[in-house]
Design a protein around this ligand. Structure first.
Ligand code: GLU
Length: 267
């Protein structure tokens, strides 16, 4: 087996909290156990929410927890042109369409109709906002039988990919120009990531990622989704819970060991 490469890929849209520390411990720990390396990647495509001070805090908090990572750190906003090329490649295959419906409109009627070219031109001219979505119907036609046979490994178990779980996902928003799905899969490919250790909250995304990997001819990493740390109330930790921010815990006297011990609870 070749060298193991994992990654920890936080978004600098808030301070890292206990749940992130546990997830980081899983990803860095996996690499360490296998004699591999764990990369750090900054997923900052959402420039409306991400801030330089949060990015700086990620470096400080992870270093304080005792993690080390190779330089340079990949920052997604440095690669927006490359993500645009991926979306163009999918558009050239005829698999992507403009969706003019707002989230509210979609909730009301639940469909993303592909509008005909004439109407589309009118809507573009009227300045109506749109997102680029991946058409599962066209993708299914494009891949034929392969579409129904895609699999990935999660903890070594073969899982049949179900891209339909998330429907026609957004590949690019008008204001952002890319999406988590495109940027993440492209980067995992570019960075040679062999093993993805991340929370089970992203399992549905993995089903779509497997499809993108197939469409783009990218290798399929092994997946290891882990359980999420939950509070005593059974709820997931979130960035809005300020008392669980690593830096707040540090200020109130917690040590890295106390924080990392929590990670051991994860399955
Ligand atoms: N950036 C994502 C997050 O903060 C994680 C992406 C991943 O691990 O694939 O939840």
């Amino acid at each position: 087996m070749g060298a193991i490469i994992t990654r920890f890929a936080p978004s600098p849209s808030g301070y890292l909290h206990l749940g992130h520390a546990a997830s980081a411990a899983k990803a860095f720990g996996f690499a360490q156990d296998k004699g591999g390396i764990c990369l750090l990647r900054i997923e900052d495509i959402d420039t409306t929410r991400c801030k330089p001070e949060f990015e700086q805090a990620i470096y400080e908090d992870l270093a304080w927890l005792g993690f080390t990572w190779p330089s340079p750190v990949r920052r997604q906003t440095d690669h927006l042109d490359e993500y645009a090329n991926v979306i163009n490649a999918l558009r050239d295959k005829g698999l992507v369409y403009r969706c003019f419906k707002s989230r509210k409109e979609l909730e009301a009627d639940g469909t993303h109709p592909i509008v005909d070219t004439g109407l589309e031109q009118d809507l573009i001219a009227s300045g109506k906002a749109f997102a680029w979505r991946l058409s599962l119907e066209r993708t299914h036609k494009h891949l034929g039988d392969i579409y129904d046979k895609l699999t990935f490994l999660d903890h070594g178990q073969e899982v049949r990919a179900r891209p339909d779980l998330l429907g026609d996902v957004i590949l690019a928003r008008k204001d952002i120009g890319t999406s988590y799905h495109v940027a993440c899969c492209y980067d995992d490919y570019m960075q040679g990531v062999t093993d993805i250790v991340r929370g089970v909250d992203l399992l549905e995304s993995t089903h779509i990622h497997r499809l993108l990997q197939e469409l783009m001819g990218w290798p399929v990493p092994r997946y290891h989704h882990h359980a999420l740390l939950v509070g005593t109330d059974g709820k997931r930790y979130s960035k809005t819970d300020k008392s669980l921010a690593i830096r707040a815990m540090r200020q109130s006297g917690a040590t890295p060991n106390i924080i990392l011990a929590q990670a051991k609870q994860l399955g």
